[in-house]
Design a protein around this ligand. Structure first.
Ligand SMILES: *Cc1c(COP(=O)(O)O)cnc(C)c1O
Length: 465
């Protein structure tokens, strides 16, 4: 399998190079040259596999520059840190199927991808004896998951920008209490989008990028999307065992990363296995407006109780656009240039096609909190606010098929919202207990590209002994 850019401006490359590249040098996003699809025979042969075995099979379809043994080791190491034997179990809660993605070390679904990505980086650096500096922006969960993915790893320094005072207190502490010498937390005085824009500028400065061997961990990295494809397929098999041949998924989305993995899984499985993807947004609804009206246009960011989805520019959107434009990379490039210049794209002519893959709704703050309260009262099950957005959308848009709702974070990570809904504190799981008492380390900087660049320059790793 070779990898290309959505904007068509790079030579095709193998998987490990795609992982190390992050954002393509022409400004586009990296995608496999073709999306693999399996037949029903293969489907049968996969149905009883453990999470790890299934991951090896799926990764193997997209990677031909690593050996089977290397992939096996990567998968074993990456999912060892998960506290549930099934890695991502499905729980039946009333008539809902909840896909619990929060059993990793930082209790959010991003661990599924970032544990793997950290090990991929380490493997590559082991092979080459080189070094890298990871620079990423987070609205909360990516940062801690990325930090846990690479803390203490040789040859890697990691710089994570988070919006000062705009993550939940637990999210900030999960990052800043990691004191390994290779971890640098930067709180910027600005929003997540400011942070993401600064990171993009650092990567687009090709001289800077080459000198410091910048590596990306944001959901623009293809390996992240790939890791997430696995749990769609795994949970599909769980429902198939329960007698369903076709399912819908409800996905609480911000950057279009998780749901794009669902799109890849839909293409991977035989027609009809995955029927519809329900794209659930909070009040930051650019993606819902896109699906329902073809209106992809920026509005201001509104803070909500699901901060990991408080995003207006969805960094993975371009990957889907590439398929929507029938792989016409010149067209994608001009679309994205138009979007960069005007902050909007009119895609209403493509609405019918979009409707074959997605339905969407935006969920208000009130509805989010009410959903946490309802599900708790009815089923004694606690949702975090992101997962609640997905569940609420599923209840609104469910058709005849069962809906698998992605639960993307543990409720204890977002204690304030949950307390508001159920009137009491959430019990702290061991991973979060005592965070406030721990020592923490963080640098507060202005949301300014040069300021951040200088900080990275001063603290970067530039060689290995
Ligand atoms: C990141 C995140 C999301 C959104 O995922 P995208 O890939 O950006 O769509 C949803 N819920 C939680 C808890 C997250 O951390």
């Amino acid at each position: 399998m070779r990898y290309i850019s959505t904007r068509g401006g790079i030579e095709s490359m193998v998987f490990m190079d795609a992982v190390m590249t992050g954002l393509a040098r022409d400004g586009g996003l990296i995608l496999p040259e073709t999306l693999p699809a399996i037949d029903s025979g293969k489907l049968e042969s996969w149905r009883n596999l453990s999470y790890q075995y299934l991951a090896r099979e799926i990764l193997g379809l997209f990677i031909d520059d690593l050996s089977g043994n290397e992939i096996e080791t990567l998968v074993e190491e990456s999912y060892r840190a998960f506290s549930h034997p099934q890695v991502t179990p499905v729980r039946k809660v009333g008539d809902l199927y909840i896909l619990e993605l929060f059993h990793g070390p930082t209790l959010a679904f991003k661990d599924v991808a970032l544990q793997l990505l950290g090990n991929l980086f380490a493997l590559r650096l082991q092979q080459t004896g080189s070094f890298m500096n990871i620079v990423g922006a987070t609205s909360g969960d990516t940062g801690s998951a990325a930090i846990y993915g690479v803390r203490g790893k040789e040859g890697i320094n990691i710089f994570i920008l988070h919006p000062h005072g705009r993550t939940s207190p637990v999210q900030a502490l999960q990052m800043t209490t990691v004191l390994d010498a290779n971890v640098f937390n930067i709180a910027i005085r600005g929003t997540f989008d400011d942070g993401q824009a600064i990171v993009k500028e650092l990567f687009n400065d090709l001289g800077f990028r080459d000198t410091y061997h910048l590596g990306a961990i944001n959901s623009i990295n293809w390996a992240r999307v790939l890791a997430q494809v696995v749990y769609y397929v795994y949970s599909f098999f769980k429902l198939r065992k329960a007698g369903f041949d076709s399912v819908d998924f409800s996905v609480p989305t911000g950057n279009f990363g998780d749901i794009f993995a669902g799109f890849v899984a839909k293409r991977l499985l035989p027609e009809g296995c995955i029927n519809r993807l329900i794209l659930a947004t909070n009040e930051n609804d650019i993606l819902t407006r896109f699906v329902n009206r073809g209106d992809y246009s920026i509005a201001g960011v509104r803070p909500t109780s699901s901060p990991s989805m408080d995003i207006q520019v969805a960094s993975n959107f371009e990957r889907y656009l590439y398929f929507l434009r029938d792989r016409d990379s010149a067209r994608v490039r001009s679309d994205m240039e138009e979007f960069a210049a005007s902050g909007r794209l009119d895609l209403s002519a493509l609405r019918q096609r979009v409707a074959r893959d997605f339905v969407s709704t935006s969920v208000s703050e009130e509805e989010t909190i009410a959903t946490i309260a309802d599900v708790y009262r009815e089923h004694d099950y606690l949702l975090d606010p992101h997962s609640a957005v997905g569940v609420r959308a599923a209840r609104e848009l469910a058709g005849e098929r069962p809906v698998i709702c992605l639960a993307t974070a543990h409720p204890a990570k977002f204690g304030d919202a949950v307390r508001k809904a159920i009137g009491r504190d959430v019990d702290m799981p061991p991973a979060l207990a005592g965070l406030e008492e721990r020592e923490s380390r963080c640098e507060i900087l202005d949301a300014d590209t040069d300021t951040v660049k200088n900080y990275v320059r001063e603290h970067a790793i530039t060689g290995r002994d």
